[in-house]
Design a binder for this molecule. Sequence first.
Ligand SMILES: C[S@@+](CC[C@H](N)C(=O)[O-])C[C@H]1O[C@@H](n2cnc3c(N)ncnc32)[C@H](O)[C@@H]1O
Length: 210
Amino acid sequence: MMKSDENIKLDKMKNITSKIQNPNILELGVKKGKSTRMFLDICEKNNGYLTSIDIDDCSKILKHPKWNFIHSSDDNFDYINKLIKKDYDILLIDSLHEPNHIKKIFYNYFKFLKLNGIIFIDDVIWLPYVKGEARDNDFSERINRLTFDQIVRIYNSNKESLSLEIDFTGSGLAIFKKKNNQLNEDKKVINRMFTLKNLIKNIYAPKPKK
Ligand SMILES: C[S@@+](CC[C@H](N)C(=O)[O-])C[C@H]1O[C@@H](n2cnc3c(N)ncnc32)[C@H](O)[C@@H]1O
């Protein structure tokens, strides 16, 4: 049976996380607990611990000695930053899929990540949502394009502190690695595609000879 895109991305996160002994994991966004169960499976095998945060009360979805659930919006930093540990190996951002929220969250929780720690951000690719595609949806196409731009802007101003891989499976998964503690403000990527010169080039572009 073919694996769903969602399961392929979960497997990718699982493979990366499984390599860590005693992993300390922070998960933003629980819902029914798919990623929560995947991480707890690793915590059992590798003696790790998972803390999950959701704006909805997901505390009843499971009971596990290696799991702590915090019922809060993940941008309630005054509350959460006092509760959580300071040395996470893995951070999953899968809560409110909105570029400004993701930026805010990224900059707060980056401080709580160890060097070489990993940040997964789910849902960063717009391709399944464009017109005529399987999940054709104007809103999701726009939000995911903006989310992708936001992620590239963070990377663009922090190439010394971050590595970035994008998995294009389904709605996509960004995988950052923390290489340095310094994090600069994000930087707009200058786009010359819409200068007058390039717009004119698009109209009068010489056709390649056959
Ligand atoms: C896409 S689901 C998470 C899916 C989950 N990671 C999984 O693999 O099954 C998004 C979750 O984020 C939660 N959420 C939305 N906005 C939030 C916020 N500001 N803070 C914390 N959680 C939020 C929603 O309640 C929802 O449960």
